[in-house]
Write a protein that binds this ligand. Structure first.
Ligand SMILES: Cc1ncc(COP(=O)(O)O)c(C=O)c1O
Length: 501
């Protein structure tokens, strides 16, 4: 049953004004830091692929909920009723958001992000079909959609990326089919990302699902990057083979930092085995010698007290995204990403990874690049120290994909013997990229500032380089400019100030 007690009602739908209202309402859009020139400037946050900023409406909804905060396992008091009902509403909302039929799918929360959900699903699918010993994942995956399957899922085979022109960096669908056919009968499931956290390339997850199902395998989707960027259709596709069996995403990448990871999965699969996690809240009856697990979803998958506040904050963020319409979110995202790509391509010193034609190779929100003759760490440091632009660099927890894209783009071959010796990424400083990524709050002005910074780096490369050394951690450090975290956020002092006031 729906309750809108705590979720602000948003009546207007799909209007530019409404989009703009949300776009300007995030915490941290006016954060200022002093940069190396001595100026105090506004931070430009271009690191949303790592974590998005907090949506204002979601934050305020969470604050209002705190007036009623209570454990959802309590039953009779008013606050418990509000908490329980609202928490249940969030589950329903998420199922609706990813278009998963509530009759057949359940949604539950786990850990603080996708990693925890992926480990859980790997264990579940392994227990479901222990005799099927092969898991197919693409080489494009974040480690969170690779290592859990290696540890819990079975023998992992990596599907290579497409190297054909106009598809460079995408999952190779022909090779996926080739492996599915070669290992037919042994493949338990295929697990792919909806959007690469390195190149932003969007994978055709429903097409992958169709292929996997055709060969008798399940399909798991890592939607860590997908949930906030593109519409998702888990069930009700014209061809049921295109439906997705399990999908996982992170609340902290969906405009609700501090919220849990989310798993949406077919109920009939979860019913077949005892839940992986046991404890309070998921049992009907417990005796000293035995216990009876409840048949109710999602309770049976949510042992213990969950991150209730985080879930409710996430529910509000998802509700806002739904009101805007994910088609509209994607359209805005595509325009900004396309604009940024076009501007970057005009700078000859910039090398972009993956196919850059967004018609043949759609992308959302993420671009990784390098600047010729400049280390990725130095570029990221200059962008931060001089331009107050927050980006990520290195290998983004996707070492195999980053390595492959570097090899393909720069026509280098890392010989196998040497590759085996490389156990620490930092000892190979050339291995890495700079990543710029967007959220709802980013604008054309942000991109213009970023492009201006890249051009300045090209123009004054030698000057900037003189100011940096590589420290003991392998990071670029400015010789004269010092940044003190405590000047901006000092937890213990803030607490003492509050106590004194
Ligand atoms: C595609 C992808 N999958 C999984 C993860 C892991 O997510 P989390 O850190 O929320 O567990 C990330 C994080 O960057 C990601 O981008």
């Amino acid at each position: 049953m729906e309750t809108d007690i705590l979720i602000p009602e948003i009546k207007e739908k799909e209007t530019t004004n409404f989009f703009e209202k949300v776009q300007n309402d995030f915490l941290g859009l006016e954060t200022n830091y002093q940069v190396a020139s001595g100026e105090i400037t506004r931070r430009i946050y271009l690191d949303s692929t790592a974590s998005t900023l907090m949506m204002g409406i979601a934050h305020r909804t969470g604050e209002k909920f705190l007036q009623h905060y209570s454990n959802t396992h309590s039953l009779m008091h008013f606050s418990a009723k509000i908490a329980t009902k609202t928490y249940a509403w969030v589950h329903e909302k998420i199922l609706q958001f990813v278009q998963a039929d509530p009759e057949h799918y359940t949604c539950f929360f786990t850990g603080s992000g996708t990693t925890s959900g992926m480990n859980r699903i790997a264990r579940v699918f392994n227990h479901l079909q222990p005799k099927k010993d092969v898991v197919l994942v693409s080489i494009m995956e974040h480690h969170s959609n690779d290592l859990p399957h290696r540890k819990h899922g079975g023998h992992v085979i990596h599907i290579p990326v497409d190297t054909h022109e106009s598809k460079m960096g995408c999952v190779d669908m022909d090779l996926l089919e080739h492996y599915l056919a070669e290992y037919e009968g042994r493949v338990n499931y295929v697990s792919v990302t909806g959007i690469s956290n390195v190149t932003g390339i969007i994978n055709p997850i429903n097409e992958v699902a169709k292929l996997a199902h055709h060969y008798g395998a399940y399909i798991v989707v890592d939607a860590a990057q997908m949930a906030a960027h593109v519409p998702i259709v888990m069930s009700g596709n014209a061809d049921p083979e295109m439906d997705v069996d399990a999908l996982i995403f992170s609340g902290h990448k969906t405009y609700a930092p501090g919220s849990p990871g989310v798993v949406i999965v077919r109920k009939d699969l979860m019913e077949k085995i005892e839940p992986e996690e046991v404890g309070g809240g998921m049992v009907d009856r417990v005796f000293p010698e035995r216990y009876y697990v409840t048949n109710d979803f999602p309770d049976r998958e949510e042992a213990g007290t969950q991150n209730i506040l985080g879930a409710i904050t996430l529910g509000a963020a998802i509700h806002v995204l739904d009101q805007i319409g994910m088609e509209n979110v994607l359209e805005e995202d595509t325009q900004l990403t396309h604009y940024c790509l076009e501007e970057m391509l005009k700078i000859p010193e910039v090398v972009i990874y993956g196919e850059t034609c967004m018609k043949t190779c759609p992308r959302a929100g993420t671009i990784s690049f390098n600047m010729k003759n400049l280390n990725h760490g130095l570029v990221a440091a200059i962008l931060n120290d001089y331009f107050n632009i927050a980006v990520r660099n290195e290998c983004f927890c996707a070492h195999p994909y980053v390595e492959k894209m570097l090899e393909l783009t720069h026509h280098i071959q890392i010989n196998e013997a040497r590759a085996k010796q490389i156990t620490d990424w930092h000892t190979e400083p050339w291995m890495g990229m700079v990543r710029v990524s967007f959220g709802l709050y980013n604008t054309k002005d942000d991109v213009d500032h970023f492009i201006y910074a890249l051009k300045e780096i090209v123009r004054k490369k030698d000057e900037y380089e003189k100011y940096y050394i590589i420290n003991d951690h392998g990071d670029y450090e400015h010789l004269t400019f010092q940044f003190s975290c405590k000047d901006y956020f000092n937890l213990s002092q803030l607490v003492l100030d509050e106590l004194d006031s």
